[in-house]
Design a protein around this ligand. Sequence first.
Ligand code: 5GP
Length: 116
Amino acid sequence: MSDAETLFERIIAGEIPSEKVYEDETTYAFRDIAPQARVHVLVVPKKRYRNLADLASADPQLLADVAAAAKKVAELEGIAETGYRVVFNTDRDAGQTVFHVHAHVLGGEQLGHFGR
Ligand code: 5GP
């Protein structure tokens, strides 16, 4: 297992410091170290799956927990009304770098278009 695969588990365990935004029994949310918007928070299920597809197949309840945590983060960050984007990068073409599924919650300003 590479460092990239264990990074978020180490953050959840508190072995690597992070700026926590929200936590519950099954998820942990913290600020991205390289924010791509004024608000950029990562929501990570405490149990590791490689990507969204694996999580959706194996544990739909946990996927629902991640979605609920993203909603909670938006409320806590004051962007629930102004709008926000939730992104799950999956594998090479999306540029996924950490293979522990996570939702990016982005907002706090007008976001650009996405895609190519
Ligand atoms: P991905 O590219 O896999 O969709 O997203 C991984 C995210 O993790 C990136 O946005 C990157 O900035 C963030 N990241 C990588 N290492 C760290 C770290 O040590 N701490 C925090 N808070 N974020 C990190």
